[in-house]
Design a protein around this ligand. Structure first.
Ligand SMILES: Cc1cc2nc3c(=O)[nH]c(=O)nc-3n(C[C@H](O)[C@H](O)[C@H](O)COP(=O)(O)O)c2cc1C
Length: 208
């Protein structure tokens, strides 16, 4: 599939059929994540792969309150046979940038203009979302509620040095309800691009 097609076709899919996903496909999707860029090539990410019914059930039990899951959003999402949890490691970046070629030996967090560990893990997640489209499947990136992160950590033995940035459900697409958020409409280039100057009147001249 052409990259442009994959980008345009990608949608967060919140309803899946019961059909399992071939483990080789999951492997290919995860492999694509490894090609994401990362600051200093730190690669401070990890991916928890949950693709058995038991592991997926453990994920939902750990990340949602008892009794949750019967509403349409949850029921559709919970049918996904695969969950990948992307995790980021701030420590890996602090460590990498203390190396001689970077020289931030004081390990001062104030040096970081943005949390590159989360950014890079997000980039890896985006590659997985696109790989999913390329495989003819659907996926949804969604948040793990902050109050459930400790339970999640305990359930899956996640070390303190890694933090989940969200979760990605993967499966065969079923008819989906349109997300109410989409009513907001996609912002246009003129709205978001500041060409040469923040207050430029014309936005941009690039077509698209
Ligand atoms: C960081 C992030 C967190 C998100 N969290 C959720 C979520 O918790 N639940 C959900 O249903 N969708 C979640 N989404 C999906 C967005 O709602 C979705 O991307 C947006 O409405 C645009 O729709 P589209 O991705 O299908 O184009 C999240 C997306 C991102 C990038």
């Amino acid at each position: 599939m052409e990259l442009t097609d994959a980008i345009r076709r990608r949608r967060m899919v919140r309803n899946y059929t019961d059909e399992p996903v071939d483990p080789a496909v999951v492997e290919r999707i995860l492999s694509q994540a490894l090609h994401a860029p990362s600051a200093g090539f730190s690669q401070g990410w990890a991916f928890l792969r949950l693709d058995s019914a038991n592991d997926v059930q453990r994920f939902w039990a750990a990340t949602t309150p008892a009794g949750a899951g019967s509403d349409a959003w949850s029921a559709g999402l919970r049918r996904a046979p695969v969950i990948i949890v992307p995790l980021s490691s701030k420590e890996a970046y602090i460590e990498r940038y203390a190396a001689p070629d970077k020289g931030w030996t004081d390990r001062d967090e104030a040096r970081w203009p943005a949390p590159y560990w989360d950014i890079d893990t997000g980039m890896a997640s985006m590659l997985m979302l696109l790989a999913v489209v390329d495989e003819g499947l659907g996926a949804c990136f969604f948040g793990i509620p902050p109050e459930r992160i400790d339970t999640f950590r305990t359930e899956f033995g996640i070390p303190d040095t890694f933090k989940p940035i969200g979760a990605i459900s993967i499966g065969h697409r079923a008819a989906d309800r349109r997300s109410p958020s989409l009513k907001r409409g996609r912002r246009g280039l003129a709205d978001v691009v500041h060409h040469g100057q923040w207050n430029s009147a014309s936005g941009t001249t690039t077509a698209g």
